[in-house]
Write a protein that binds this ligand. Structure first.
Ligand SMILES: Cc1cc2nc3c(=O)[nH]c(=O)nc-3n(C[C@H](O)[C@H](O)[C@H](O)COP(=O)(O)O)c2cc1C
Length: 211
């Protein structure tokens, strides 16, 4: 049995996954440095394409910088004022200096961001991913170089609200068996995928890389 399976039951993990909420009200108390480190450590262990780990994080605690950044959180005429109250912001950046790195940049940084949010929740912190931000304006404030892309921003703090779960689409509406569109309990054969695809899959070289 792996170490993870010994220390964390599937039930306990599911409780963390299902218990996380986007938090939009925070206590002003600062987030302890050990907690910041644990969140970033969770992000560091995210999987990434070819293990490139293109993520970089900017942890913004300084009140002046935080408030300046928060001014640029919003969509159209709506400003997300709650961001100003969060004692901590974590900017999720991706290294786009290498064209190869760019291919899966959003997937990689997104996964790191998700792990950070989940670890934050396990630590009793609340987070909210902010996609509605003026990335150019924030990049200037934070002196983000051209080679880096701001993928997202997390507001972080001790929650001052406990929102109900947001609705989720029913599982049965979200998946099919074997081929897209098949909802029958018994799957259908995908053998009719076409001669070209069948030939290509036969010709494929086995990939055993560890990278
Ligand atoms: C990529 C992404 C962008 C988001 N952008 C915003 C945003 O700009 N403002 C906001 O208040 N919430 C934002 N959210 C939070 C979503 O609204 C929230 O995750 C969703 O409603 C589900 O609620 P839950 O996180 O509590 O389960 C974003 C979430 C994701 C994953």
């Amino acid at each position: 049995m792996s170490q993870t399976a010994e220390t964390l039951s599937p039930h306990a993990l599911m409780a963390i996954l299902m218990g996380r909420r986007s938090i939009r009200k925070y206590h002003p108390d600062p987030v302890p440095e050990e907690m910041v480190e644990q969140m970033l450590e969770a992000g560091r262990w995210a999987p990434s394409a070819s293990n490139r780990q293109p993520w970089r994080f900017v942890v913004v605690r300084d009140e002046q910088i935080r408030k300046a950044v928060a001014q640029h959180a919003g969509i159209a005429v709506i400003r997300f004022t709650f961001v100003e109250e969060a004692p901590l912001l974590i900017m999720l950046l991706g290294d786009r200096s290498n064209p190869v790195y760019r291919t899966f940049l959003h997937e990689d940084v997104g996964l790191a961001g998700a792990q950070i949010m989940l670890q934050a929740h396990a630590l009793g912190l609340g987070t909210c991913w902010l996609g509605g931000i003026d990335k150019d304006a924030i990049a200037k404030i934070l002196r983000v170089p051209e080679t880096m892309e701001i993928v997202g921003m997390l507001a972080v703090g001790f929650p001052a609200e406990s929102p109900k779960p947001r609705p989720r689409k029913p599982l049965e509406d979200l998946f099919y068996r074997d081929v897209f569109g098949n909802r029958d309990a018994v799957g259908v054969s995908a053998a009719d995928a076409g001669w070209w695809k069948r030939l290509m899959s036969k010709l494929r070289i086995k990939f055993v890389g560890r990278g």
